[in-house]
Design a protein around this ligand. Structure first.
Ligand code: ZN
Length: 133
């Protein structure tokens, strides 16, 4: 687990949230990307070595739509950069953590990702992410 790579924030209105986070971080979003499989549109901000990822639902079936319906807008997950996602997934599974996907999947921003169940992590959804070379 190398560092916090990004913090994911669930938002209702991506334009509005981009304006807010541009103002807070004093920098514009450097990219928007749709993740078809998750039915989300993401927007990324760089902040030193870390990023903020805004996530908005593109569809009512999106997990972000479900999250916001239940909890309102707010922090959705914390993502940690890893060097070898397969190794980290194995290590965490052996340590008793529940992986939400058996194999790494393709995430936004050129990453392989895997989520850990929040019930094993004090209520926080944890994402592992490995840069795809
Ligand atoms: Zn993320």
């Amino acid at each position: 687990m190398q560092k916090i790579e990004h913090i994911g924030i669930a938002v209702k209105d991506l334009d509005k949230a981009e304006a807010i986070y541009s103002a807070i971080l004093n920098t514009p979003s450097y990219k928007r990307e749709i993740v078809e499989s998750e039915k989300v549109i993401t927007s990324f901000f760089q902040n030193g070595p870390n990023k903020i990822e805004l996530l908005a639902a593109t569809d009512e079936e999106s997990v972000i739509h479900t999250f916001i319906t239940k909890n309102g807008e707010g922090i959705h997950h914390i993502a940690f950069a890893v060097e070898d996602i397969y190794k980290e997934m194995e290590r965490l599974q052996l340590a008793g953590f529940t992986l939400l996907n058996e194999k790494p999947k393709r995430g936004a921003d050129n990453k392989l990702i895997c989520f850990l169940h929040p019930r094993d992590a004090s209520g926080v959804l944890i994402e592992l992410c490995q840069e795809i070379n």
